[in-house]
Design a binder for this molecule. Structure first.
Ligand SMILES: [Zn+2]
Length: 68
């Protein structure tokens, strides 16, 4: 049982950002993440970097030719 307003740590936040990429967050997790990002500049920066990293990975993985 978890309460949506339960504070999460920066580590949890990073994990949730990576999970959110796959749309795997529950509404409670999404609200926890949003609440943490609203008050944590470090995680705002980290989440943006993660999103960019994932976008680059998607581009690489979407290539038809496997890396030699
Ligand atoms: Zn944080």
């Amino acid at each position: 049982m978890s309460i949506p307003s339960t504070p999460i740590t920066c580590r949890d936040s990073t994990w949730l950002v990576s999970c959110a990429r796959d749309g795997a967050l529950t509404p409670a997790e999404a609200s926890q993440l949003a609440a943490h990002l609203a008050g944590c500049v470090a995680c705002q920066v980290a989440s943006r970097q993660l999103v960019q990293l994932f976008a680059q990975l998607d581009t690489l993985l979407a290539r038809e030719d496997p890396p030699a």
